[in-house]
Write a protein of this length. Structure first.
Length: 98
């Protein structure tokens, strides 16, 4: 499912400033190296211009780590493009919410 939703040229910026490609992100999720236990987004604004959409919002995230679950409150910007009749995420960046 992620391969359909995530654009081949995706750049995904994590809240710790680590940036990875779609293939790297999917590989880490498949291997279990990166495990999300929960992700509850709240979209605050959506701006659509032609075939591009910007989503700004917050998210409550729970991630598994070797030392136990970590809860994070994030602010994010996601960029989607309409390609071949469907929306795909082509950019994502988050930071800790203050």
């Amino acid at each position: 499912s992620l391969e359909r939703v995530l654009a081949p040229d995706l750049l995904y910026g994590h809240s710790n400033a680590f940036v990875e490609t779609r293939s790297d992100l999917i590989a880490r999720l498949r291997s279990g190296e990166l495990r999300y236990l929960g992700f509850v987004p709240a979209v605050t604004t959506v701006q659509v211009t032609g075939d591009t959409a910007l989503l700004r919002g917050t998210a409550a995230v729970r991630r598994a780590t070797p030392s136990g679950p970590v809860d994070m409150a994030l602010v994010y910007l996601a960029v989607y493009a309409r390609r071949d009749g469907r929306w795909q995420m082509m950019g994502y960046q988050s930071t800790a919410q203050r």
